[in-house]
Design a protein around this ligand. Structure first.
Ligand SMILES: *Cc1c(COP(=O)(O)O)cnc(C)c1O
Length: 483
């Protein structure tokens, strides 16, 4: 092809630099066991991309099982170590909403993690996996009475209460079942964090939790019920957070309330939620978990010392950090279009009006899209892409990886460089698709949700099968009717 630039495209975002090698796999973004075979193919845990595509079709989510297991273990060990050093223990819950199947539930519990669920469906998956209900936490700002009843009756370890009304609902269910239900209370600390910044206000405008001002009243209500046992406060300040400043501010605020509430009885623990960020592109530089655990432990220790209170057990709920980097989505490339576009900001009226500049944006379309990864369309999330079936010596060309849905916002990767000889029939691989991709998948345009394939030690196996056309038609009550 003619389009072989050797300079960065004027359409490339500032954070994206022209790669020396558009075949290279940045270790921060790819699963731990990903690499290139001698023939240039992408290998994940010893299984070649073209073999995966042939056996399971595309799109397919490929999960590096040992990546998940090792991150789960390292996360638990990091929190164990740092909190042992300040004289307490840490409990780690895997936030199942990121990516949950019975297999994944078993991998993370085998690594010593508990699991958080936030609906009857997620609870059913965890129970089907054989997870001890005592190791489950139940979240949600609007749990149904049926969900509450099931949690209490199976013996879920903790229900996170999200409103005053829910205190009564859970207390009722517990007394009906003759149980004492352990509960946490979700507090809105007024800290909301995303990536590098956090916003701290007295009153945050959102649906989750109770404000710090109403906590004393709510905890008194909880303590007034014999069917409830108060475990402690809970807060979760956001997602894809880098660094520890947001957690520090939030922990300090919550510990203030925790200390005040100790006057009314014991409080065994404090739950600081999840939200730890991962690398989606080479430009992302998340803090390693060991460092995060150490910094947060140091803050908890110093705040407890300042308040002259015992250090509680501290719980965390990472989701993305455990599963996000483990998964690569493989697609087959179809239509490729070079679209001439006006470079943003060029040709604007001004003292020295310059002519509008144009550049080519290459749209590379694949056989999936926003139905298997909604995050770019939903949040403008950035991802990266590489060729999976081969490497190429051709120079880098800026591409936009698009899906096949009837929606112009159906983009998977807004900007990355691929070898300029990318062609129909090539396989594209998008890394870091383990969290909030399969779990957010839809059947938009009646695409079947892709299978989830686990790879380990050169072997591949389906852990969730893909949807067939029969699945797609199976719930349509009108099939077979008269026209
Ligand atoms: C979503 C969520 C988490 C997990 O967030 P990650 O960003 O995946 O770590 C943890 N706790 C609560 C309450 C959540 O809503």
């Amino acid at each position: 092809m003619a389009h072989t630039p050797t300079a960065a495209s004027p359409l490339a975002p500032d954070w994206l630099s022209l790669p020396e090698d558009p075949n290279a796999l940045a270790p921060s973004v790819w699963p731990r066991n990903a690499g290139r075979a001698d023939d240039g193919q992408l290998l994940i845990a010893g299984v070649a991309a073209s073999e995966l595509a042939e056996r399971f079709g595309t799109p397919v989510y490929v999960v590096d099982e040992d990546d998940v297991r090792s991150r789960a273990l390292e996360t638990r060990e990091a929190f164990d170590r740092s909190f042992a050093a300040i004289g307490t223990t840490a409990t780690v819950y895997y936030a199942g909403k990121a990516f949950l199947s019975t297999e994944i539930a078993r991998w993370v519990t085998a690594a010593g993690l508990n699991i958080d669920v936030c609906s009857g469906g997620e609870l059913a998956v965890a129970l089907a996996a054989g997870v001890d209900p005592g190791r489950l936490g139940m979240h949600g700002n609007n749990k149904s009475l049926a969900e509450i009843d099931r949690c209490v009756s199976v013996g879920v370890g903790a229900i996170v209460l999200d409103s005053i009304a829910e205190i009564e609902r859970v207390a009722d269910a517990a007394s009906r079942h003759g149980r004492v239900q352990p509960v946490r209370l979700r507090v809105n600390s007024g800290v909301h964090a995303h990536t590098h910044d956090f916003l701290a206000t007295a009153h945050e405008d959102q649906k989750f939790g109770l404000s710090l001002e109403t906590v004393d009243e709510a905890v008194a209500l909880i303590r007034g019920h014999e069917s409830l046992r108060f475990l402690g406060l809970h807060c979760h300040i956001g997602s894809q957070i880098f660094g520890s400043d947001g957690f520090a501010e939030s922990a300090a605020r919550i510990l203030g309330a925790h200390a005040r509430l100790l006057a009314g009885g014991e409080i065994p623990e404090l739950n600081l939620g999840g939200g730890f960020g991962i690398a989606y592109t080479e430009a992302d530089d998340p803090t390693p978990v060991a460092e995060l655990a150490e910094r947060i432990a140091a803050i908890v220790a110093s705040e407890c010392a300042r308040l002259a209170i015992p250090v509680p057990v501290v719980a965390f709920e990472p989701g993305r950090m455990i599963v996000g980097p483990s998964t690569v989505t493989l697609y087959t490339i179809g239509t490729i279009k070079d679209v001439v576009v006006t470079v943003p900001g060029s040709g604007e009226p001004g003292p020295e009006q310059e002519p509008a500049q144009t550049a080519v944006r290459r749209y590379v379309s694949v056989d999936g899209g926003m139905s298997d990864n909604a995050r770019p369309a939903l949040y403008g999330a950035d991802y990266s892409v590489r060729l999976a079936n081969r490497v190429s010596q051709a120079g880098p060309a800026l591409v936009r990886l698009a899906g096949k849905h009837c929606e112009s916002g159906d983009i998977l990767v807004y900007a990355d460089y691929l070898p300029s000889d990318v062609a129909a029939g090539d396989l594209a691989a998008v890394p870091a698709t383990g969290a909030y991709c399969w779990s957010l998948a839809s059947n938009y345009n009646y695409l079947g949700r892709p299978p989830v394939v686990a790879v380990r030690g050169g072997e591949a196996r389906v852990i969730v099968r893909g949807e067939t056309e029969a699945d797609l038609l199976s719930r349509d009550a009108g099939i077979g009717g008269e026209s």
